[in-house]
Each structure stands twice: as structure tokens, then as C-alpha cells.
Design a protein around this ligand. Structure first.
Ligand code: ARG
Length: 267
């Protein structure tokens, strides 16, 4: 072979290799795109006026610990999520009728709800707390709720606790509202004496707007939050539980936990 031919042959080899590599890369990108298209999308229901677990930011997006955690699980398990903000008391019906696929809404795992939905492994603990107007010195604990009016969020465990106290002949009236901030306003205007609500959430509202209500006494109980799926939807439940475990194992969960108080200040 002449020198020129050798050079030409070499050039041909190089171009072929470069071309082939280019094709492979393109193929990979194409495959990735196709995989993204095939990713299932799940609708996630939440009542997003519940900081630090879910709140709507200035841009109108739902943010918070539940959202971050669910997003991390979705990323780990290869599914997409779309958040739907709606009243808390409508979440379980929406799940049952198929309007949503997942509930991520600071929902406490309770025996009664276990009969209506399937819960994931617990992902965080919270408890109920009693709150009163900042100037109220009469109510220090639930024992002081004799004849009093209690404000709660409709369908919440705080609501159920208030019902229990009413049945026990302690609480006189229950006023329930779709959103926690409305229960707080009711205390502010003197329409209710106290509120029973999840402690970290009440704390977040106090941090956002100090000087209206305060927490009194010890937490009333301890509750575990879980994500919920339709009864029998084991495929999705397994994804959520596996994803949750992976997010815990990778250290991502602890990172999110560190961010938790920041949502309160953002509010
Ligand atoms: N943990 C309470 C419950 O399960 C209250 C949850 C309210 N959540 C919300 N996003 N508003 O009943």
C-alpha cells in the first residue's frame, strides 16, 4: 500500500469509529427519552395549607416535607407525580373513586382509615397539641376544656380527639373548618376557646404569625404519618415502601428532615 492509501484507510477507520460512537450516544439519549415517556404518572392528593408538610409557595407550587419525600420516592422508583390541592376531608373519597392515586397530606395512620385505604410504612411521627389565644391563662390542658368550644380541621385526628372529649362530657362545642388557619382565626375573633391540631403544624403557624395563639401543656398523643393508596393497590404500595426505604438508606431522608424547620420560616 502506498503511503497515501494507508493514510486514507486510517482516516476511514477513524471516521467510522467516531460515527458509530455518535450513533450509540444518540441511541442512548433516545432510550432515555422513551423511558421517561413510559414512566407512569400518579396523582397525589394533598391539602396544602399544612406547613411544614405541604404549603403553596408564591409561584403557586405545592412544596413541603411530604412533597420532597414523595418526589424523592418517585425519582427512586421511576414514576412521575402531579399534586392536587383539595380539602382534607375529601382525600379518602377521592382516592377511593380513583380521582387521585396517592394521599401525601400529613395523614395519620389510624385504625379506622386502615379500613378504607392502604397505608405505607410510617414516614414521620407527630402528635396533637392544644393551642389557645396568647392571652388565655385559663386553659392549661384538656382538663380545662369543660364547657369550652374547640376549633379543629374537618376530618382530622384533632377533630376526632375533640369528638372524644365532647362524648366524655368535657368539650361543649366543636367548630370545624376546612383549613387550619381558619380554626386559628376563629380563636382570634373569640369564636372558639382552643384548637386541637398537629403540633409541628401549629408551631409552623405560630412561627409565621406570632402573637395570636400559643401551645399549652404536653402533646396529647403520638401519631405516625403514612402515604395512602387505594385498597389492594399493592403494586404502587410496594413502590412507595421500597422507595421510602431507599431514600432512608441513602441519607436523603435525613437531608430532608434537616430542611423541615425551614418551611416553617418560609411560610
Ligand atoms: N394528621 C392529621 C390527620 O391525619 C391531620 C392531617 C391534616 N393534613 C393536611 N394536609 N391538612 O388527621
Amino acid at each position: 500500500m502506498t503511503k497515501l492509501l494507508k493514510i486514507l484507510a486510517l482516516l476511514l477507520v477513524i471516521t467510522t469509529v467516531v460515527f458509530a460512537a455518535g450513533c450509540a450516544e444518540q441511541g442512548e439519549a433516545g432510550a432515555e427519552e422513551a423511558a421517561a415517556e413510559e414512566m407512569p404518572t400518579y396523582y397525589v392528593g394533598t391539602e396544602a395549607q399544612f406547613p411544614p408538610f405541604e404549603i403553596v409557595n408564591a409561584e403557586g407550587n405545592v412544596i413541603g416535607f411530604d412533597v420532597d419525600l414523595m418526589n424523592a420516592i418517585a425519582e427512586d422508583q421511576g414514576f412521575k407525580v402531579i399534586y392536587q390541592d383539595q380539602d382534607f376531608s375529601g382525600l379518602i373519597p377521592a382516592l377511593q373513586t380513583g380521582n387521585i392515586d396517592i394521599i401525601a397530606s400529613g395523614m395519620t395512620i389510624t385504625e379506622e382509615r386502615e379500613g378504607q385505604v392502604d397505608f405505607s410504612e410510617p414516614y414521620i411521627n407527630a402528635g396533637l397539641a392544644l393551642a389557645v389565644a396568647v392571652g388565655n391563662e385559663d386553659i392549661q390542658s384538656v382538663d380545662d376544656l369543660q364547657g369550652k368550644t374547640v376549633a379543629v380541621q374537618t376530618g382530622s385526628t384533632g377533630f376526632f380527639k375533640a369528638e372524644e372529649l365532647k362524648e366524655a362530657g368535657i368539650v361543649a362545642n366543636i367548630k370545624d373548618f376546612p383549613h387550619v388557619n381558619e380554626a386559628i382565626s376563629e380563636i382570634e375573633i373569640g369564636g372558639a376557646d382552643a384548637m386541637i391540631n398537629d403540633l409541628p403544624v401549629t408551631n409552623a403557624f405560630i412561627a409565621a404569625k406570632p402573637g395570636v395563639i400559643k401551645i399549652v401543656g404536653e402533646p396529647l398523643n403520638s401519631e405516625a404519618y403514612g402515604f395512602a393508596v387505594r385498597e389492594g393497590n399493592t403494586e404502587l404500595l410496594e413502590k412507595i415502601n421500597t422507595g421510602l426505604q431507599n431514600v432512608r438508606d441513602s441519607g436523603k431522608y435525613d437531608e430532608l428532615l434537616v430542611d423541615l424547620p425551614n418551611y416553617m420560616e418560609d411560610e
